[in-house]
Design a protein around this ligand. Structure first.
Ligand code: AMP
Ligand code: GLY
Length: 426
């Protein structure tokens, strides 16, 4: 079958790498893709939110399936766009409906959904311009730290953990009265702070059934020892040592099962990934957030560990046959380490030549491209997160050593990476 994959990051290179290994995949197109995805298929110069352009591409290239990487087209309703158009209605879209994507697209929607279905999550209240004064009183009476979340998508910046009342009041005012995050943040979820260790859990669901994929842990801070500002993710590991059988069973029973059955009960169409951002408080799991897509950089460790054919998995999803699928996993330890541009997550330069990619010859390692672009015979940087170097090892330490050795060969001006991904566990 011919497949169109949407997105251009490390996650999408990992998807493209895995999809292109399938004998079920005849032609793979990636829109817009990056220099790495062009090694697995054909890049198409289309934005992920250009639905009309995507439709035309599907017709011209006889596309049989669309796989959506990032959240934006899902939250904007690409699934519904396809279902409502007789010319492309037959093409399955791997990703939820617009309402399903609200699990990520609206924090208030997600919190209310969890409350309706008894899913453990931090206690909260929501505020906007209409109950602003009530919000101020709520903040003043609340313990510190306190978490403020912009309701809508805010490019990963919409969560603020406030350590004192002055900061909490100021941020609350900025979000609601000054539209700090645009319309996305004019509604604010104010939530209890939960203290614990985080885990990323992924399922693929066909709306009835689901399969559980390998779990991962990502490292969000820019500097070693989890210091400095938050980023999109500086690396990830899979498996995660504390995600043992007992803990995973709790997640399944108290979080995943009620989420899937809740979606079904509410008639919400969902054929795609659900990413559960989990925090372990004491011995119990709580949902920090839902995402309607795979994680990045988690995908770069999860998909290499997945032994199943990904196209067959997606076909089973579209056919609502996931109950017939058994997930098979590589038991080795995997790590991915991100090489990022100098200055990231602040300002950074683009267009810098990446050298040494052709020298990488390690077994059991893959260099996934994130923000890269091909410029004639040169590969150049094209984003904050540039490469994700994934390695396998019999121990986590060996996997980390392998990725680090590759990052000693690859170079671009200002390149930065964390050497300590997975540090708590070896
Ligand atoms: P999000 O943008 O929803 O992924 O949130 C970003 C990060 O904020 C999460 O990965 C957590 O580290 C942190 N966070 C969000 N909500 C809470 C909470 N209620 N308690 C503690 N940390 C939180
Ligand atoms: N790595 C976290 C995310 O993809 O949202």
């Amino acid at each position: 079958m011919n497949i169109l994959l949407l997105g251009s990051g490390g996650r999408e290179h990992a998807f493209a790498w895995k999809l292109s290994q399938s004998s079920r995949c005849s032609q793979l197109f990636i829109a817009p893709g990056n220099a790495g995805t062009s090694l697995c298929g054909t890049n198409v110069d289309l934005a992920v939110t250009d639905f009309d352009g995507i439709k035309n591409c599907c017709i011209e290239q006889s596309i049989d399936m669309v796989v959506v990487g990032p959240e934006e087209p899902l939250v904007k309703g690409i699934y519904d766009y396809f279902k409502e158009d007789p010319a492309i209605r037959h093409i399955p879209v791997i990703g939820p409906s617009k309402t399903g994507a609200m699990l990520e697209g609206s924090k208030a929607f997600a919190k209310a959904f969890m409350q309706r279905h008894g899913i453990p999550s931090a206690a909260y209240k929501e505020f906007d311009a209409d109950n602003y004064e009530e919000g101020i009183s709520y903040l003043q009476a609340h313990s510190i730290p306190i978490v403020l979340k912009a309701d809508g998508l805010a490019a990963g910046k919409g969560v603020i953990i406030c350590q004192n009342y002055v900061e909490a009041m100021a941020e609350f005012e900025l979000m609601i009265q000054q539209a700090k995050f645009g319309d996305a943040g004019k509604k604010v979820v104010v939530e209890d702070f939960l203290s614990g260790i985080e885990l990323s859990v992924f399922v693929l669901t066909d709306g009835e059934n689901y399969v559980l994929l390998p779990e991962a842990k990502d490292y969000k801070r820019i500097d070693e020892g989890d210091k400095g500002p938050n980023t999109g993710g500086m690396g990830a590991i899979s498996p995660v040592p504390f995600a043992d059988e007992t803990f995973m069973q709790k997640i399944i029973h108290t979080i995943i099962d009620p989420t899937i059955s809740g979606l079904k009960k509410e008639g919400i169409d969902y054929t795609g990934f659900i990413f559960f951002g989990i925090i372990k408080v004491g011995d119990n799991p709580y949902v920090i957030e839902y995402n309607c897509r795979m994680g990045d950089p988690e995908t770069e460790v999860v998909l290499p560990r997945l032994k199943n054919d990904l196209v067959s998995l997606f076909e089973a999803t579209a056919a609502r046959q996931l109950h017939e699928v058994k997930i098979e996993t590589d038991n080795r330890e995997a790590v991915t380490i991100m090489a990022v541009s100098g200055g990231y997550p602040g300002e950074y330069e683009k267009g810098l030549e990446i050298e040494g990619l052709d020298l990488v010859q390690e077994d059991d390692a893959i260099v996934f491209h994130a923000g890269t672009r091909q410029e004639e015979d040169k590969t150049v940087t094209n984003g904050g997160r540039v490469l994700a170097v994934t390695s396998f090892g019999n121990t986590l330490g060996k996997a980390v050593d392998k990725s680090r050795a590759i990052l000693d060969i690859v170079h671009f001006d200002g390149m930065h990476f964390r050497s300590d991904i997975g540090y708590e566990f070896y």
